[in-house]
Design a protein around this ligand. Structure first.
Ligand code: NGO
Length: 532
């Protein structure tokens, strides 16, 4: 029975083109696995991988992962590879309880991490994982690729204690370069510790970008030396009137470094020219009438604007973005640009021209919400699309035209990837303006063919934003993000041919022990065949 199940699933994966052609099992085509018809625990380790890899060849006897296992890192002198090995050892020690010492040099058995700059077909983040009785070899062109390989290995070792890692080869690389998650720490403030926890949760599924929505009407969350009241006063509140808070520059640096060690780039966002009440409340001089408004603790959007005609506004954005650029190693600065409802269109375009020029002057690339398409996006600017099925044809057309003019898109359709949308009417936190987003809906679409007229080559990737008007605690955060953010991870990483709800929902269900072991309070969506 067990063998039969395995053959059926392998057959499905082969039919989808997920597995390499030479899998050692015979394919049984035409099978349609349905959630619920097979307990997820019956999936063999290679079949459980999430995100689904480009190719898997299950072959030969496996590796005995046990008390004698050492982690070997190649090129003794390369500190970065050594660090990737140390982090992998730490991640594997927890569930296995094994000592897993890390040693220099790849000669000998164990888990071997080696760079091969000539390796073909792996790109910047891809890897090869080969497992057999003599050990497990991870090969990549870059340390980032080795880190991703290690995350795959974490899913192949037993859930707890020593045991066998199956024999075979995984060859893998991502479909999209940008696989992101966003968190809004402006509406409700969250600590660096909580965001680090999220980075760990995301990185294990190969998400590589963390977008931080740092400012909004309700709060300014990052210290800026040249404008200290932004954080001190503008950060001192949040939705509902709580105390809010802000991060110091050192805390921000610490988070960026932590994310960087997991090969997650941070994209910071300072939203402008709208969503700025916290800044306007902190400095009277930023207001056209010279009067500072009250701090805002409600949840309306689109009512605030920087003063477009005032030179002080441009000194402000220059100093703020200059400090942010200096703190941020990644290539993008996100300048928002959404819902500037009280800024006339011509003013908006004029303002965005100047704001984009500032970003360029600090050596960074502009990211903005897709409303920037209706103005004059700077060369190379990346647009983040947050439309949905009911978005007007005109709004869509502007984005399609921008893509045709060479702008790359990050797709965050609100009725698919907004993690703050309720799963269903009974979901307590969250909003529903874009409709309910069950787990299946979040997963079942193709980013490469989502916007008519936009070819896959114009899609830089996908991102799942978590807005926090109505998400105030870690429990709410994790309930809304999990398990939907795993779908985002697969949409971003796996080949188009692997996207299949029947296969995905079973692999998702098989993540349950891992999510439980990590203490993640995920939503037990009724459309997923959980074991319990
Ligand atoms: C919109 C709005 C945000 C809200 C969010 C809530 C964008 C890009 N701007 O998305 O201010 O928080 O919806 O879902």
């Amino acid at each position: 029975m067990r063998v039969l199940r395995l053959r059926r699933t392998l057959g499905t994966l082969l039919a989808l083109g997920v597995l390499g052609g030479s899998a050692s099992c015979t394919a049984a085509h035409g099978d349609d696995a349905r959630p619920g018809d097979d307990p997820p625990a019956a999936l063999a380790p290679f079949e459980r991988l999430l995100p689904a890899p480009l190719s898997v060849r299950a072959e030969g006897p496996g590796y005995s992962f046990g008390p004698g296992t050492v982690i070997r890192t190649g090129r003794g002198a390369d500190e970065e590879v050594r660090r990737v090995g140390e982090l992998l050892a730490e991640q594997l020690r927890g569930p296995s309880g094994l000592p897993l010492p890390v040693v220099d040099g790849v000669q000998g058995d164990g888990i071997r991490l080696g760079i091969d700059e000539e390796a073909e077909g792996l790109g910047e983040e891809g890897y090869r994982l080969e497992s057999g009785p003599g050990g497990i070899t991870l090969t990549a062109r870059t340390p980032a690729g080795l880190f991703r390989a290690g995350q795959t290995l974490r899913q192949l070792v037993p859930a707890a204690g020593p045991g066998t890692v199956p024999g075979g080869t995984v060859t893998d690389r991502p479909r999209f370069a940008y696989r992101g998650a966003m968190v809004d720490i402006a509406r409700h403030f969250f600590s660096v510790e909580q965001v680090k926890r999220y980075v760990d949760q995301l990185a294990q599924y190969k998400v590589n970008t963390l977008h931080l929505h740092l400012t909004d009407d309700q709060g300014w969350r990052l210290a800026v030396d040249s404008w200290p009241r932004l954080a001190e006063y503008g950060g001192g509140s949040e939705v509902g009137g709580g105390p809010g808070g802000h991060w110091t520059k050192d805390e921000y640096r610490e988070l960026v470094a932590y994310a960087g060690e997991r090969y997650v780039d941070v994209v910071p966002e300072i939203d402008m020219p709208g969503h700025v009440n916290a800044a306007l409340a902190s400095y009277a001089e930023l207001n056209c009438d010279g009067k500072a408004p009250e701090r805002y603790t409600g949840t309306k959007v689109g009512f605030s604007s920087l003063c477009i005609g005032k030179e002080r506004t441009y000194e402000f954005i220059d100093e703020v973005l200059g400090e942010l650029a200096a703190l941020t190693p990644g290539r993008y600065l996100h300048i928002g640009g959404d819902e500037a409802h009280v800024t006339p269109a011509a003013d908006y375009a004029a303002f965005m021209d100047r704001a984009q020029a500032v970003v360029g002057r600090y050596g960074k690339t502009v990211m903005g919400w897709h409303q920037l398409a209706a103005a004059r996006p700077a060369q190379g600017a990346v647009l983040q699309y947050w439309g949905h099925d009911k978005t007007s044809a005109a709004d869509r057309a502007a984005v399609v035209a921008a893509a045709k003019a060479g702008h790359r898109l990050v797709l965050s359709p609100a009725d698919r990837l907004y993690l703050d949308m309720k799963y269903e009417a009974a979901t307590k936190p969250g909003l529903a303006w874009a409709g309910y987003v069950p787990v299946r809906r979040a997963y079942s679409w193709n980013p490469g063919a989502y916007l008519a007229g936009v070819p896959e080559s114009a899609v830089l990737g996908v991102e799942a934003p978590l807005w926090t008007e109505n998400v105030a605690t870690r429990a709410d955060w994790e309930l809304m993000a999990f398990p939907r953010v795993l779908g985002l991870a697969e949409l971003g990483w796996s080949p188009a041919g692997a996207l299949d709800w029947a296969s995905y929902s079973r692999r998702l269900a098989a993540q349950e022990p891992r999510l439980d072991a990590q203490g993640i309070g995920f939503y037990r969506a009724p459309d997923v065949p959980w074991a319990q």
